[in-house]
Design a protein around this ligand. Structure first.
Ligand code: HEC
Ligand code: HEC
Ligand code: HEC
Ligand code: HEC
Ligand code: HEC
Ligand code: HEC
Ligand code: HEC
Ligand code: HEC
Length: 431
């Protein structure tokens, strides 16, 4: 009798514990597994001498993944104008007179969501290459705007003239499949093999493994995305070389990298020091440009604890987008109120001090404020991947424009000082 009673109590306790368990519990293994570190190569051996073959072949056996990927923008980064003229989103009848190209010259579009740029075949230094038109279409403002790609960190490595500025070294690794490691434009855009590695051997015998980024290895997993979603410098600048020494060979992507390999062997991260503003980052490290998700995320507590890009973004459909955010449920699948990982308040209102149905209670509005633009003349549209909250006082201290502060973005009638006082009255600041 006594035994049954104990068993009964245990069952009740276990179900209570199950019911009240922090939502992060299912991620226990991902978060606590020992890390391989930055230098371990996890590329399957059979892939080392395999070839890139393109996504059409993969479609034969993986229809579902192919369909999901086809609907994502990864499959539409570079589009062929001659094959489908409707991919052009710009108004070419308004193209400024000093443009160094016409629609006829352009064979590929780059991008479509925030801005579109145009690739034109060109022979540069005796090599068949591409150059960029000197105007880009800003989708948000619906206007043409100058585009001078040579003005970037590699400005001392290239002639300041779009007509002799090659995309091969400065763009194509991230926008074509195969160019990153093999210098071959195997397929337009970012397809299967950009993330899974070369597939020729797998196709002839599926027992030959492909690289699959897995939750059990958060560092290598994030790197599959970081090869492109992170601002960088040419790896050779690690040595004694200066940008000038890389005349016409400076690369803006981790040339040679393949999925599963240690990215650090190929990439030098764009520099940032806390307290110093650069062209790419505000003084607190938040993004000032697009394509900085990785630079911000690797300094976040979530990255340090083993959370990855694919915890929040389905790698094939690319869920959680600006045009289709998942709302608070994207965060609440791990976070719960009064849980170990926070928020450390009992309810949504108690944490945000806004009504539950208010925009001011959306996690991303405060933890992913819009801090960057897609071009110098675009509105603020790039959400920060530095998830820790930036207070009004911090924005002031680091001399960031007030528009990039989460509170100010919604309360433009108040000053940062007033908003800081509101925050302090909630008891939500540190010493
Ligand atoms: C002839 C059919 C076939 C083709 C073509 C094919 N696959 Fe596969 N793939 C399979 C089968 C079968 C499996 C399951 C193998 C297993 O579980 O051991 C698989 C598994 C996978 C996996 C998971 C691997 C793992 O270890 O869980 C990935 C990723 C993958 N394929 C990607 C691709 C890509 C990318 C391509 C194109 C380059 C491709 N496949 C082409 C049949 C195919
Ligand atoms: C942007 C990177 C990326 C691209 C592009 C991509 N994948 Fe994946 N794929 C992943 C990641 C990451 C995973 C692991 C997902 C996970 O564990 O949740 C994955 C998982 C898979 C799996 C295994 C599914 C499973 O549950 O075991 C298959 C099969 C696969 N991908 C096939 C493809 C095919 C085919 C394509 C092209 C049509 C493709 N992938 C394009 C990143 C990518
Ligand atoms: C080979 C380069 C490359 C890799 C690898 C890559 N991306 Fe991307 N990603 C891009 C580019 C380029 C775009 C912009 C596409 C466009 O606008 O057409 C993009 C767009 C996106 C978007 C926005 C999609 C939209 O509809 O607005 C998300 C989200 C994203 N990537 C997540 C990921 C994640 C997660 C991974 C890793 C699993 C990853 N990417 C790997 C290059 C890459
Ligand atoms: C290291 C990889 C990398 C390099 C190099 C790179 N890009 Fe991108 N590019 C990306 C990623 C990732 C995105 C999407 C993420 C984002 O914008 O935050 C993107 C976005 C874009 C977009 C916006 C797409 C849209 O739909 O609005 C355009 C246009 C673009 N890149 C053009 C270029 C050009 C031109 C070059 C060369 C001068 C270049 N990129 C170099 C990775 C890269
Ligand atoms: C904790 C969840 C989370 C993690 C981790 C995360 N993201 Fe995001 N990401 C989001 C959310 C939410 C959005 C914004 C949707 C919006 O703008 O409303 C977003 C936006 C983006 C966008 C812009 C999408 C667009 O529509 O233009 C890109 C690109 C992106 N993330 C890539 C990445 C990459 C690469 C990583 C890993 C380095 C990563 N994200 C890690 C949640 C996350
Ligand atoms: C109105 C702005 C606002 C909103 C909306 C908001 N937060 Fe916060 N969050 C804060 C502030 C302020 C802090 C405290 C920062 C500090 O002390 O440095 C914080 C801290 C946190 C922390 C750190 C742990 C803690 O409790 O201090 C986590 C985790 C967190 N928030 C998650 C979330 C999640 C998940 C959501 C959506 C359900 C959310 N937040 C919505 C303002 C907000
Ligand atoms: C897959 C699980 C997971 C998801 C999804 C997730 N988080 Fe987290 N988050 C964590 C873990 C684990 C920590 C680390 C907790 C710690 O440091 O004690 C954390 C920490 C945080 C922190 C405090 C530390 C920091 O660096 O900012 C904030 C704020 C936060 N998350 C916000 C968010 C927001 C906003 C979202 C949704 C866009 C989100 N999280 C989605 C697991 C997750
Ligand atoms: C996404 C928009 C948004 C963000 C971000 C936001 N708020 Fe609000 N806030 C609102 C709205 C809408 C109201 C109206 C009442 C409500 O919905 O709770 C409000 C109400 C308030 C109020 C009470 C009424 C008033 O106007 O004085 C205060 C105080 C306040 N917010 C301060 C802040 C502070 C401090 C932050 C940053 C931690 C912040 N808000 C972030 C939208 C926002």
């Amino acid at each position: 009798m006594k035994k049954i009673l104990i068993l009964f109590t245990l069952i009740i306790l276990a179900s209570l514990a199950w019911f009240f368990q922090p939502k992060i519990l299912p991620y226990y293994q991902q978060l606590t597994k020992s890390r391989v570190g930055l230098n371990v190569n996890l590329q399957p051996i059979s892939q080392k001498d395999a070839k890139f073959i393109g996504s059409k072949k993969c479609q034969e056996c993986h229809k579902e993944e192919h369909k999901a990927w086809s609907s994502s923008l990864h499959s539409k980064m570079i589009q062929d104008i001659k094959a489908d003229p409707s991919v052009v989103v710009a108004n070419f009848s308004k193209l400024p007179k000093d443009a160094d190209f016409t629609l006829k010259d352009a064979i590929y579009t780059i991008g479509s969501k925030f801005k579109q740029r145009y690739m034109i075949p060109a022979k540069i230094n005796g090599k068949d290459d591409f150059r960029m038109g000197n105007y880009q279409w800003n989708v948000e403002t619906q206007k043409w705007q100058q585009f001078k790609p040579y003005k970037y960190w590699y400005k001392d490595a290239y002639e300041h003239d779009n007509k002799v500025f090659p995309t091969s070294n400065t763009c194509d690794g991230c926008h074509f499949t195969g160019y990153m490691s093999r210098e071959k434009r195997v397929e337009l855009s970012i397809s299967c093999e950009s993330c899974h590695g070369a597939g020729s051997k797998h196709v002839s015998d599926p027992n030959n493994e492909l690289y699959v980024a897995s939750m059990a290895d958060p560092i290598r997993t994030n790197e599959v995305c970081l090869q492109c979603h992170m601002r960088n410098r040419d790896k050779r600048l690690d040595g004694n070389l200066s940008v000038k020494d890389l005349w016409y060979i400076a690369k803006d992507y981790p040339s040679g990298y393949e999925a599963g390999e240690p990215l650090i062997n190929y990439k030098k991260i764009a520099p940032h020091k806390l307290g110093f503003e650069t062209k790419e980052f505000w003084a607190n490290g938040a993004a000032k440009k697009n394509r900085t998700q990785g630079n911000e995320f690797v300094h976040d507590a979530m990255y340090k604890h083993g959370i990855t890009c694919i915890n929040c973004h389905n790698p094939h459909t690319l869920s959680n987008r600006a045009d289709k955010p998942e709302g608070n449920k994207a965060c609440m699948k791990c976070h719960s109120f009064n849980s170990v990982i926070g928020p450390h308040q009992a309810s949504l209102e108690a944490h945000t001090h806004h009504k539950a149905n208010s925009k001011g209670s959306q996690c991303i509005e405060c933890h992913m404020p819009k801090t960057a633009r897609h071009t110098g003349k675009s509105p603020l549209t790039v959400r920060s991947h530095k998830f820790s909250f930036t207070s009004p006082a911090e924005s002031l201290k680091y001399k960031m424009p007030k528009e990039t502060n989460a509170c100010y973005a919604c309360h433009k009638e108040k000053s940062l000082d007033e908003l800081q006082k509101d925050l302090e009255s909630w008891g939500m600041v540190e010493w």
